[in-house]
Design a protein around this ligand. Structure first.
Ligand code: FAD
Length: 529
């Protein structure tokens, strides 16, 4: 097992990299991609006792996995599409995640306002079925509520024609914090997961089977040759880039569609229950979900030409969300009210010869095994990340004729899981680490970097020392959620964050300047002019 932490549990990247360079090292499983999919596969592999290495070209959850709607859900939408098997699978996973990461996943009430008797019937029956499918792992029962009760719970909702509402339960979570905690659980179980390491080539034995990958350290520019018995492609919307490295000139498997969210102050939506609009004017689902004392509203589904690590929201998407939200929120939000806007990308199945249109890859994931034995995961969702990992490792064992080892992840608590904190505590998302951070803060509690976002200098140090944060963006976008919660405020505190990080990482003034410039540009893209 590779030792990457010092005696006090501090993360030491240099020591880690020197182990990667050790001659003769071979991993059982090399996972490319540090989003939900790759982390799920790596955790499954390491918990079954396989020597596992995960490499992520940027930060953990830099891609789609930090840009979700923040729901751990069975998928009411898939129920409407009749995909009971997927709803059942996701409902079970929702229950397991709620149990294994209670500090990050909470039971969230949702209300669907209904404006016709047919809708009342449809959603009441549909959501009762949703309850039944989840069985014992159900979070709570769905019920119909009167018009008066709906108006009381959703102040500002359009009253004309309102017939009532259907209340149901789903999970709500913090996506990038979950990713960091899964990476920590991988380390704690003896696995290796490292960020800012990009796969730039694959190598094969004479019989054409993959034997490993060339990995570039983005920070130093140094390349490492990693030997592995199996390579897993868990790169989300970038799967085709890795498939091309394996088989140059092969066809595309996916196209890309993006979804945008805006973040607003709670004064636009002060309800505790989340709002679910099953069918907007153009047939989409729209959510308004309370999150970290703000409200997240989205999403869209817009085909785009290229896969991007930092996708940009299109004007038409922003306008669609603002216009639709105005019909349901207490105050109609204007562009200037948007605290942050973020976009994430999902893969769609590429059209085959002769087909005109793309179709959605089922949210139920799919595994492709290339002749070289590259294992690629397509589709899926955050909620089912554990099951995806289990299926992938089962498939590897099957294809390579390894003896089957049973999965234990259904009962594996994730890092931070035991938490006495209520979700209203500003540090709730640290789970069991919160007490340690509060201890460090002790005596300097009032000295916030950002009072309104409750970010303290000690959290920056913690992120560097314990959570593998390497850049200002890692701290402000994914270790804390400042960039997504209030982009202007995150831009304001970036210089101080950079200085604190420079001390921890022994970086010079040029590094501080580069970090501040890069983060300022990024935060500008999350604000609306
Ligand atoms: C708008 C939107 C909202 C969503 N909301 C929800 C929700 O509420 N609940 C839910 O359950 N699901 C949701 N999903 C789905 C869920 O977010 C995704 O299924 C999941 O995050 C995808 O994870 P991934 O690991 O496959 O991809 P990603 O998170 O994109 O991770 C892939 C990683 O691979 C890395 N990578 C790429 N190339 C290389 C390379 N050469 N070397 C090393 N690393 C590389 C990338 O940097 C990236 O970090 C949503 C999706 C979208 C688009």
């Amino acid at each position: 097992m590779m030792e990457m932490k010092g005696i006090d549990g501090t993360y030491d990247r240099a020591a880690y990299l020197s182990k990667l360079a050790e001659p003769g090292s071979e991993w059982d499983i090399l996972v490319i991609g540090g989003g939900a999919t790759g982390l799920g596969v790596a955790l499954e592999a390491v918990s079954r006792g396989y020597k596992t290495l995960l490499v992520e070209q940027a930060d953990f959850a830099k891609g789609t996995s930090s840009r979700s709607t923040k729901l751990v859900h069975g998928g009411v939408r898939y129920l409407a599409q009749g995909d009971i098997r997927l709803v059942r699978e996701a409902s079970i996973e929702r229950g397991l995640l709620h149990r294994n990461a209670p500090h990050l996943v909470k039971d969230q009430l949702f209300i669907v306002p209904v404006y016709s008797l047919l809708d009342r019937l449809k959603y009441t029956i549909g959501l009762k079925l949703y309850d039944r499918i989840a069985g014992k792992l159900r979070l709570g029962p769905s019920v119909f509520i009167s018009k008066e009760e709906t108006l009381r719970r959703l102040p500002g909702i359009r009253a004309a024609g309102l017939k009532g509402g259907v209340v149901y339960h789903d999970g709500q979570f913090d996506d990038s914090r979950l990713a960091v905690n899964i990476a920590q659980t991988i380390w704690e179980n003896g696995g290796d997961a490292i960020n800012y390491m990009k796969v730039v080539g694959l190598f094969k034995s004479q019989d054409g089977k993959l034997t490993g990958a060339s990995v570039l350290d983005i920070e130093s520019g140094k390349q490492y040759r990693i030997c592995a018995k199996v390579v897993v492609n868990a790169t989300g919307v970038f799967v085709d880039d890795i498939l091309q490295l394996d088989n140059p000139g092969g066809g595309r498997t996916i196209c890309v569609s993006q979804g945008v969210h805006i973040v607003l102050d709670k004064s636009f939506y002060s309800a505790d229950a989340a709002l679910m609009i099953p069918r907007t004017s153009d047939g989409r689902v729209l959510f308004a979900v309370p999150w970290h004392d703000k409200v997240v509203v989205g999403t869209t589904d817009t085909p785009v030409d290229t896969a991007e690590l930092e996708p940009r929201a299109l004007e038409k998407e922003i306008n669609f969300i603002l216009d639709t939200a105005s019909a349901y929120l207490e105050k109609a939000p204007q562009r200037s009210d948007v605290l942050s806007v973020f976009a994430g990308q999902r893969p769609l199945a590429a059209p085959k010869n002769g087909e005109q249109t793309t179709k959605e890859i089922s949210r139920s994931h799919k595994i492709i095994v290339s002749p070289s034995r590259l294992f690629t995961m397509l589709g899926g969702k955050w909620t089912t990340y554990r099951r995806m990992g289990e299926d992938m490792v089962n498939r590897i064992e099957q294809e390579l004729k390894w003896m089957h080892r049973s999965s234990t992840t259904a009962n594996l608590s994730l890092h931070g899981a035991i938490s006495p904190l209520s979700h209203s505590d500003p540090f709730y998302f640290y789970g069991s680490d919160a007490a340690l951070i509060k201890e460090r803060i002790n005596g300097t509690a009032g000295q916030w970097l950002s009072e309104k976002l409750k970010i303290h200098p000690q959290q920056v140090k913690w992120a560097v020392e314990k959570e593998m944060a390497r850049t200002v963006e890692d701290v402000l976008a994914r270790r804390t959620r400042a960039l997504l919660l209030d982009a202007a405020e995150s831009r304001r505190i970036a210089p101080t964050v950079a200085s604190i990080m420079a001390q921890c990482l022994q970086k010079d003034d040029d590094w501080v300047q580069e970090q501040v410039t890069a983060f300022t540009k990024l935060a500008n893209d999350y604000t609306l002019k």
